[in-house]
Design a binder for this molecule. Structure first.
Ligand SMILES: [Zn+2]
Ligand SMILES: [Zn+2]
Length: 371
């Protein structure tokens, strides 16, 4: 995979150190130098080209720099006090070029190394092996489905939540490596054979949300259903109090829903089962809008008036579509395996080996003359 890293920063100069192993430094196409463990290479922008300093002595100006490890288990370390960049380390190769006047770093990384870094960046430690396997499956599916998202910038996916958080190589949780390697190549496909959009959220509050409530379009493998596995968790319930005047003025200004017309009705809403609209669809107030405006943990809440305040009693955390992370953790702790977990949250899906399926697809295309 080609992952654009440190995309949040406008970097014009940076030192990179080899934390482990030696690296060949390629300037454009030929080897210009060697980076040995503990030494630094300094990179800076000069117009549309990169200036490479190695060991403070030699310097080269090239259009593209590649740092290629001489053997596996090598890693590079980035940090800059000046730019307030904390330590990041990456496995495999690194490509550097100038993009819009700044240095663009692309980690050219093995799929499993990348997925391991993502699962740790997004999920952290202390989870069950089967849970990590589901996460690995979902982020691999995501990565392959979205490979062209940053094509114009010269890489496939970025390292931010825009794509998938990838702060660093896997550092602390060996169990994640085990989960990623034991599901190597596996992805989730829908009944048409297409890679699924692997939505997930922290806690669905006991009922997953229909994709159409959040994004207008419905997704056949993401319907709403009751999830009992996340009910006893920390994030399954929340409350919030909002001044009555704030609540009513938002409803009146944005949707023309006024207390003078509807009375106290506009403060009392019961959402036993998930709905798309506040009170009644005819009022035209989508719950997702209220969630956004009042920064609510979820759109799965009921309301009632208490004096001069509207009290919201909510369930869950996040949009609630797709896999419920706390529910999936609960299932794994109860001894269910990753396939059972994936099939519980996604309807009529299949788990296949992506690379084998590509191979057979090609063979079939050759056979039918489609190539
Ligand atoms: Zn992105
Ligand atoms: Zn849930």
């Amino acid at each position: 995979m080609r992952i654009g890293v440190l995309t949040d920063y406008q970097i014009k100069q940076l030192d990179i150190q080899s934390a482990q192993g030696s690296y060949d430094i390629f300037g454009d196409k030929s080897i210009v130098s060697l980076l040995v463990p503990g030494r630094k290479v300094s990179l800076s922008v000069s117009g549309s080209r990169v200036v490479v300093h190695v060991g403070g002595l030699v310097s080269y100006t090239v259009s593209k720099v590649m740092l290629v490890p001489q053997r596996t288990n090598s890693s590079l370390l980035f940090s800059s006090r000046q730019l307030n960049i904390k330590k990041h380390s990456y496995e495999d190769a690194l490509e550097i070029f100038v993009y819009k006047g700044r240095l663009q770093f692309v980690n050219v990384v093995d799929m499993n190394n990348y997925i391991s870094g993502v699962v740790e960046s997004e999920g952290g430690g202390g989870r069950h092996l089967e849970y990590y396997k589901v996460q690995a499956l979902m982020s691999r599916t995501y990565a392959l489905k979205n490979k062209r998202r940053h094509e114009k910038e010269g890489f496939e996916l970025c390292d931010r939540v825009h794509c998938q958080a990838y702060h660093s190589k896997l550092r602390y949780t060996p169990k994640i490596r085990q989960a990623v390697e034991s599901t190597s190549g596996e992805v989730i496909i829908d009944f048409n054979g297409d890679l699924v959009t692997s939505y997930f959220a922290a806690n669905c509050g006991g009922q997953t949300c229909d994709a159409s409530y959040v994004w207008n379009n419905s997704v056949p493998y993401l319907s709403t259903f009751k999830d009992t596995f996340c009910l006893q968790t920390r994030q399954s319930r929340w409350t919030k109090r909002i001044p009555k005047a704030t609540w009513s003025s938002f409803l009146a200004k944005k949707y023309g829903v006024k207390e003078s017309t509807y009375g106290a009705l506009i403060y009392n809403f019961d959402q036993e089962n998930r709905k798309a609209f506040y009170i009644h669809p005819s009022l035209g107030v989508p719950l997702r809008d209220l969630r956004k405006e009042f920064k609510l943990k979820s759109s799965y809440f009921s309301t009632k008036l208490d004096g001069q305040e509207v009290v919201l009693s909510g369930r869950g955390f996040g949009h609630g579509v797709g896999l419920c992370q706390e529910g999936a953790m609960g299932m794994a702790d109860l001894g269910l395996d990753y396939k059972q977990i994936a099939l519980y949250y996604f309807n009529k899906i299949r788990i296949i080996n992506y690379y084998e399926s590509q191979f057979f697809k090609q063979k079939k295309d050759v056979g039918t003359g489609n190539l």
